[in-house]
Design a protein around this ligand. Structure first.
Ligand code: NAD
Length: 262
């Protein structure tokens, strides 16, 4: 992070676990780069063996870093990662939760058509997983800590094509508030970053995604879409002692799109 030289060392000595890297375009990877640039020591999870090589290739520039197999639907795998992180570091300071999924059928049809099965799958992976991971990793945050998740404006307004994912993001943002209350006494802060539209693997599952990017660029006060690095830098801020008074928030990093009238 040479262009951010003043931040070098800001997170020195801190340990962070990044959940949600799929490839170079992943928001989780942008977070990792910002955190690494500020001196945080990182570990990563990947979603099953099929993602392993892709994730390793993405993070190769960081050198030797621990990686763990973890599907957020699997409590035994989550607990195994907790134990491995405990063994390696003894504690954890920061958790990035950058995970979402909705079945294709739920994204292709109208929201009205959402099946029970698709609704539950989207909520389990995209919202409940934050609760499960927070409960599992909070005991490692012995000196307090920070947890950050990624959300989108489709939680607040009906965004065409965002469908069940918008409903899951509303549950995610509410979970952030309740988790912040439960974990506050332990000095653990929980926040969401509401990112503007960014072209990633997950985003391509949203119908009309390119239109969404175009509309964002036209309508947002900054007249552009956001860069992944801008989301990463916000994760850095929320991981750092610069944000110790902030918890339970949904922080928009969307070039101001959410404050405009449609
Ligand atoms: P991405 O495809 O790079 O990341 C999604 C990640 O979720 C992948 O790494 C995938 O492996 C992981 N995942 C899905 N199901 C999982 C499971 N069962 N267990 C473990 N991991 C699982 O896409 P992204 O856009 O970087 O998405 C990251 C987060 O950012 C998501 O929560 C997404 O909703 C959110 N977000 C994205 C945008 C955007 O426009 N791209 C905007 C706002 C918020």
């Amino acid at each position: 992070m040479s262009e951010n030289a003043p931040l070098a060392g800001l997170l020195a000595g801190k340990k962070g676990l990044i959940v949600g890297v799929a490839n170079q375009n992943s928001i989780a990877w942008a977070c990792a780069q910002a955190l690494h640039g500020a001196g945080m020591e990182l570990a990563f999870t990947y979603q099953g063996e099929v993602m392993r090589d892709r994730v390793h290739k993405t993070i190769a520039t960081l050198g030797e870093v621990p990686t763990y197999d973890m599907d957020v639907r699997d409590d035994a795998q989550i607990q195994s990662v907790v134990e491995q992180v405990r063994e390696r570091w003894g504690q954890l300071d920061f958790l990035v939760h950058s995970v979402a999924f909705a079945p294709k059928t739920a994204m292709a049809n109208s929201f009205l058509e959402t099946s029970r099965e698709d609704f539950l799958a989207a909520h389990e992976i995209s919202a409940y997983s934050l609760v499960g991971l927070s409960r599992a990793f909070a005991p490692l945050m012995v000196e307090g800590g920070s947890i950050v998740t990624m959300t989108y404006y489709g939680s607040q307004k009906a965004v065409p094509g965002y469908n069940v994912m918008g409903v899951a993001k509303a549950a995610l943002e509410a979970s952030v508030r309740y988790l912040a209350v439960d974990l506050g006494q332990r000095g653990i802060r929980v926040n969401a970053v509401s990112a503007g539209a960014i072209n990633t693997l997950a985003a391509r599952g949203v119908a009309h995604f390119r239109d969404l990017m175009k509309i964002t660029a036209e309508r947002s006060p900054l007249k552009r879409t956001v860069e992944p690095s801008e989301v990463g830098n916000t994760a850095l801020f929320l991981a750092s002692d610069l944000s110790t008074g902030i918890t339970g928030e949904t922080m928009y990093v969307d070039a101001g799109f959410n404050i405009t009238a449609g």
